[in-house]
Design a protein around this ligand. Structure first.
Ligand code: BGP
Length: 482
């Protein structure tokens, strides 16, 4: 049998998020967002999880890297031209909610914010790049947290619906691919980024997390409704963080724990958003956290909306796999993308301790496609690494090329398994601020940005070795990976 190749219309590209690259945090009427109050540095999440965290800016104590990002707000034409030079078929970016609704609860949008995205989209189209938009990527207007308490408050459904309607109506005739919430499931262990919840405002109580999820599911379904009413061809997906999870051994206790962990961490949100109803195991999941279903505010009308407007495809991020072990206490733990786990003796880790596992991507693709039989879109993948530019600012990032090559081979093998994959957009196609640590030195890009962890540098852009490599991957439609 001949091997399956990448389909002709495969969406090769790259991915970013507004808060991590735009900067210009108060320009043209933008309001403050959650990432604007997240300090930079490895202790970022410790600060956010401390009982003293107050959602305010303390410039005397901290540096706030998202205020400047990589100044893409003023460099977007140059950046998109570089993406075009690599041959991008698509570019995944997010719209900053507080650029459009600075406080989140206004009636009228901020026209200057919309004008910026008019220009970004125009620039993509001019370069034959298909825009892929995330409506909400870890960027709640701060006011929706400080005044309303984040996503546990049902009022956010209406605010999100208004925002989604504005951007969908403005861009539906130019943008076909959308995602409603970035990594909606990450709240399982880390509700600050997607739900605006941390210890000080109820993030340590799982009842709030489940209520917030429900509100987000309803908001997401309403966005699908709006989009499909504008144009039934729009493709509106969910977006989940997927960490392939292995049982440490054949001990049935570990196997069972792995199954339960998969349900909670990887599948729960997608089950609701793809199938349009809560999965049967919701009962035991709520029981695990001592939540009485009656205490959640869920109406019949909302359940109808969920059933009527499931998503069209599954977008997901994949960086690493993890291991589950529940019977022993002596095993070494591992870092990871929000989810840690046990260290896997068969895998190497990145500089930040994320376990590198291309086979895990093939497994993820098979698991997701078997379960949902809907197209999959790998909208984040990549290696966060320390780059050392030479005196000409050139980075020979063979380690990144190797990581991406192995993952692209895994996608090709999954296509051969029968999985339908729409596209692949490696994360941080241009270096940007890390979400978890706020560091610039955790770089993913094909393009080096001269800027350090304190926001100092020329902000000049330089092509890395991986830039030419990826251009050749795209031009050969995934055939030439050497
Ligand atoms: C995902 C987020 C991104 C991104 C990426 C890499 O979880 O959707 O926003 O940042 O992870 O993570 P980090 O930036 O922490 O290395």
């Amino acid at each position: 049998m001949t091997k399956v190749k990448f389909p002709k219309n495969f969406l090769w590209g790259g991915a970013t998020a507004a808060n991590q690259l735009e900067g210009a945090y108060l320009e043209d009427g933008k309001g403050l967002s959650l990432p604007d109050v997240l300090p930079g540095g490895k202790k970022r999440m410790q600060v956010v999880n401390s009982p003293e965290f107050d959602f305010a800016i303390h410039e005397d104590k901290y540096f706030y890297p998202n205020h400047i990002g990589i100044d893409h707000y003023h460099h977007f034409k140059e950046d998109i031209a570089l993406f075009a030079e690599m041959g991008f078929k698509c570019y995944r970016f997010s719209i900053s909610w507080p650029r459009i609704f600075p406080k989140g609860d206004e009636i009228e949008p901020n026209e200057a914010g919309l004008k910026f995205y008019d220009a970004v989209i125009e620039e993509c189209l001019k370069n034959d790049i298909e825009p892929v938009i995330t409506i909400s990527h870890y960027e709640l207007p701060l006011n929706l947290i400080t005044k309303y308490g984040g996503w546990k408050n049902k009022k956010l459904i209406d605010f999100y619906e208004r925002y989604a309607k504005v951007v969908l109506e403005r861009y539906y005739h130019k943008v076909k691919y959308w995602m409603t919430f970035n990594e909606i499931n990450s709240a399982a262990h880390f509700p600050i980024m997607s739900q605006g919840l941390t210890k000080v405002n109820g993030g340590d109580d799982h009842k709030n997390i489940f209520q917030a999820w429900h509100n987000q599911f309803v908001a997401s379904a309403k966005a699908v409704k709006i989009g499909h009413e504008l144009d039934s061809n729009l493709q509106i997906g969910c977006m989940i963080l997927y960490a392939t999870t292995y049982s440490y051994d054949s001990n049935p206790k570990n196997q069972l724990a792995t199954l339960k962990t998969n349900q909670e961490n990887n599948f729960f949100c997608a089950d609701v958003q793809v199938r349009g109803h809560y999965p049967s195991y919701t009962r035991s999941l709520l029981e695990k956290y001592d939540i009485n279903p009656q205490d959640l505010d869920v109406t019949e009308d909302e359940l109808t909306v969920l059933a009527e407007y499931p998503v069209d495809y599954i977008g997901f991020s994949y960086y690493m796999s993890t291991v589950e072990e529940v019977t022993r206490k002596d095993l070494k733990g591992s870092d990871g993308n929000m989810i840690g786990g046990i260290s896997n003796p068969f895998l190497k880790s990145s500089d930040w301790g994320w376990q590198i596992d291309p086979d895990g991507l093939r497994i993820a693709l098979n698991e997701l496609y078997d379960r949902y039989e809907k197209p999959l879109f790998i909208v984040e993948n990549g290696l966060g690494a320390k780059d050392e530019p030479d005196s000409n600012h050139y980075v020979a990032d063979d380690y990144r090329i190797d990581y991406l090559r192995q993952h692209i081979i895994a996608i090709r093998d999954a296509l051969n398994d029968g999985v339908k994959v729409m596209g692949y957009t490696p994360w941080g196609c241009i270096d940007l601020v890390s979400a978890s640590t706020g560091e610039m030195s955790k770089r993913y890009g094909f393009i080096y940005v001269d800027e350090d962890d304190e926001g100092k540098g020329t902000f000049n852009r330089y092509k890395k070795k991986s830039f030419d490599w990826y251009r050749q991957v795209i031009s050969s439609n995934g055939e030439n990976l050497s």
